[in-house]
Design a protein around this ligand. Structure first.
Ligand code: KIV
Length: 309
């Protein structure tokens, strides 16, 4: 999520969130839920193949059972159990307060409901400070039902990534804006020096063995260069139309995030505009990402040149 919250959601607000999503689910076609019924699940190699074939990868966050049922039934490729759930569900001001236990609970809740999507467990701040703790905690995510884990950082995280990958657990990287350690919320890649750093981060992560990289809040042309410079898929959020896939925070997509929490009083433009009904919003997001219609120029940031498709 993009901005610190000004206060925790009340239990009444959390109940409203759950009922809102559950209501949409009740209106959707029934499909059996749970791992036991899992049809042809999406794998890490499917995502690599999608990049090779030029097919866009769709990613949404989910934090609990109803969220997972909604996005998995709609056919999203990847579910990110993001630490943004700390704000959406638990009322933390930002992701620096999210604990490993919080994330493992959310991961279990999502994985038990998911049938097809690849489930990414987002490692919270301080859960991957050393290679040993990183491996120990990544194993806990897998035990909780995640297929893979994600962590934030570039060149400086090379050894951590290598350790987790050597333990047999696939890792997704996350560069540009990294909210666990940077509260500035600025667009990255605006100068040649920033562009060089982002390219070096992406290369370092690829060499360390990540299977994909999230690029959050970056200049569209720089994200394009990163995407062309690595063989692994890139997944953008506020990073323009040229990445191999897109991710959005579910609460932003469903209009559940309070715009008053943002300094501008509005959600950032990269979120886009979506139908009010949750099932329609998720369906339309998936269709628009797959067709390349989202994000468009008005949902992208470009410092030097207009964003083109
Ligand atoms: O926690 C999260 O939702 C994320 C996305 C913004 C990529 O890390």
């Amino acid at each position: 999520m993009f901005a610190p919250s000004q206060g925790p959601p009340s239990s009444q607000q959390r109940g409203v969130r759950q009922r809102f999503i559950a209501g949409a689910l009740a209106r959707m076609d029934e499909r059996p839920a749970g791992k036991a019924h899992k049809p042809a699940s999406i794998s890490v190699s499917d995502l690599a193949e999608m990049k090779r074939a030029g097919r866009k990868i769709t990613v949404l966050t989910a934090y609990q059972t109803e969220d997972a049922l909604l996005v998995d039934r709609a056919g999203v490729d990847v579910i990110l159990v993001g630490d943004s759930g700390g704000m959406a569900l638990l009322g933390y001001a930002d992701t620096t307060h999210v604990t490993l236990d919080d994330m493992l609970w959310m991961t279990r809740s999502v994985a038990n409901a998911n049938t097809r999507a690849l489930v990414v467990g987002d490692m919270p701040i301080h859960s991957y400070d050393t290679p040993d703790t990183a491996v120990e905690n990544a194993r806990k995510f897998i035990k909780a039902g995640a297929d893979v884990v994600k962590l934030e950082g570039g060149v400086e995280k090379k050894d951590i990534v290598k350790a987790i990958v050597s333990a047999g657990i696939p890792v997704m990287g996350h560069i540009a804006h990294t909210p666990q350690t940077d509260r500035r919320h600025v667009i990255e890649g605006k100068t040649l020096a920033e562009e060089g750093k982002l390219l070096a981060d992406a290369k370092a992560l690829e060499e360390a063995g990540v299977f994909a990289i999230v690029i959050e809040l970056a200049d569209a042309a720089v994200s394009k260069k990163i995407t062309e410079s690595v063989r692994i898929p890139t997944i953008g959020i506020g990073a323009g139309p040229h990445t191999d896939g897109q991710v959005l925070v579910l609460d932003d997509l469903l209009g559940l995030t309070d715009p008053a929490k943002f300094p501008s009083g509005r959600l950032p433009k990269f979120v886009g505009e979506w139908p009010k009904d949750p099932a329609s919003a998720v369906k339309q997001y998936i269709e628009k990402v797959r067709s390349g219609a989202f994000p468009g120029p008005s949902e992208s940031y470009s410092v030097l040149a207009p964003v083109t498709k």
